[in-house]
Write a protein that binds this ligand. Structure first.
Ligand code: ZN
Length: 476
């Protein structure tokens, strides 16, 4: 058993050095590797499988909302970006531009998409002619490029994968309602699929998307108390529709301008899973998106009948739709336990000669480390219900951790102390930009989201009457 603890020792202590723990986990569980160009990442099969499960879950929800998948080109004429003033200003510093191709300088430089509002807006203006063409709801799964100075796998990389939904509507009310509907879809997906509770709501003007009228966000608390913006849904009003002339003949024959939205989540979500659920043993993956939901580890594998019983169980679980692995390598059981725990597989089944004889299997939960003996006779049903329980309990555990770390403050010192201790801090705000800027300067915390429906007496910065309550946190 000398090998026991081998993997645990290789991961930095989550409480002592969280950033190093994160780096160790993403590399050692083979989710990701560094690409040759600085700031790029290679998503390895184990990481990509999580992304595919995320895609599957979101696609089902998009279809239900009437959103259809399509694909738009990677290269966008630079001139498109100048059509919406705020948008170009917001993205200019991070756009990568192609100036040469085919051995020649191009007549017009081409942007590698940092986001696709401009090209999709251009295409929508062709496709939307009559009120009958609305609403138009498209989505694309693609890569985007934003030239970042400091990068970390999944959290911030020059190139990343995401989806971007874009819709056009006949009225402002319908467009804004749809932006909020998608925010609701995201929240339900985060909670039920990723077991991550999120605070949702509107962003302040300073933090909103370049060119949007309103940006709605979902903010998740990571283990270190920092916030991770996990997805956004934007109501654009007519800003893009006017810039790209998305116009249509109304029912009375008059020319109207549409209203648009866009919404997206990215491979950042994998970072959110790691930093919400991970612990001193490594990853902990929510069953709904875990590439392997359950691993079978044979005990005394050389004894007659053990491998056969494991294979039979594997077939049975697979037939019931469980993503299952059978670890029949010649490593010791203890070594295997550590490895699969580090990889975050939600349930481990141990099966040895004595269990087989008794018609039982030992099931160990990765989240609580609890072991239970379950009957082999209806194995598939009991494993599925155990996975469902793990999924549910992971959400509740994450919610309890977050709730214990939401505090209130009435002055700058209180906000600083709160975020230093790794909390989300709720505080009153007068609504002026100067106070918002000052908080960022003095505490390194930013306004994450409006705490709608809450009231506080005074602005924590200037002491004037508070118009809003804001959730402040340091953020990734
Ligand atoms: Zn103020």
């Amino acid at each position: 058993m000398a090998k026991e603890g081998q993997f645990v020792e290789q991961i930095a202590d989550i409480n002592a050095d969280f950033p190093q723990w994160y780096t160790d986990v993403v590399l050692k569980t083979k989710l990701v590797d560094y690409g040759p160009v600085k700031g790029t990442m290679v998503i390895r099969p184990y990481g990509y499988a999580i992304w595919e499960n995320i895609q599957e879950q979101l696609n089902a929800r998009f279809r239900k909302a009437g959103v259809q998948n399509a694909y738009f080109p990677l290269l966008i004429p630079m001139s498109y970006f100048t059509k919406e003033a705020e948008h170009v200003e917001g993205f200019a510093p991070e756009v990568a531009v192609v100036t040469h191709a085919g051995g020649e300088e191009l007549a017009e430089p081409l942007a590698i998409r940092p986001t696709s509002e401009t090209i999709i807006g251009t295409m929508m203006s062709k496709w939307v002619q009559s009120y009958r063409d609305l609403p138009l709801k498209v989505n694309q799964w693609c890569n985007v490029m934003r030239w970042e100075k400091t990068t970390r796998p999944f959290l911030r990389t020059s190139e990343f994968l995401w989806h971007e939904g874009h819709t056009a509507h006949a009225s402002a009310e319908e467009a804004e309602e749809f932006a909020l509907q998608m925010l609701g879809v995201y929240k339900e997906f985060m909670e039920n699929c990723l077991a991550i509770p999120v605070l949702t709501g509107r962003k302040t003007e300073k933090e909103r998307f370049a060119g949007a009228v309103a940006t709605y966000t979902m903010e998740a608390m990571m283990r270190d108390g920092k916030s991770l913006q996990s997805g956004t849904s934007h109501y654009m009003g007519q800003n893009f529709a006017k810039a790209f002339e998305i116009q249509y003949q109304g029912q009375e024959g008059n020319l109207q301008t549409a209203y648009t939205t866009s919404f997206g989540v990215s491979t950042r979500l994998i970072g959110a899973i790691i930093m919400t659920h991970g612990d001193e043993r490594g990853l902990l993956l929510p069953p709904v998106v875990a590439p392997t939901q359950c691993v079978i580890v044979p005990i005394a594998a050389r004894k007659g009948g053990v491998v056969e019983a494991c294979e039979k169980l594997k077939t049975e679980l697979e037939a019931a739709g469980v993503r299952v692995a059978f670890d029949n390598t010649d490593n010791s059981p203890g070594w295997k336990f550590n490895e699969w725990e580090m990889k975050g597989v939600p349930v481990r089944i141990e099966l040895g000669p004595r269990d087989i004889e008794a018609g039982k299997m030992v099931c160990a939960r990765r989240d609580t480390l609890e072991k239970s003996e379950l009957s082999l006779s209806n194995a598939a049903e009991s494993v599925k219900s155990l996975l469902a329980q793990v999924q549910k309990d992971m959400l509740e555990a994450a919610r309890a951790r977050r709730e214990s770390r939401i505090v209130y403050a009435d002055d700058m010192a209180g906000i600083l102390a709160g975020v230093e201790e790794g909390n989300f801090v709720k505080a009153g705000w007068c609504g002026c930009r100067a106070c918002e800027d000052k908080i960022k300067e003095e505490t390194a915390a930013t306004a994450r989201v409006y705490a709608e429906g809450e009231t506080r007496e005074t602005c924590a910065v200037c002491g004037e009457k508070a118009k809003h309550v804001i959730v402040y946190a340091r953020a990734y």
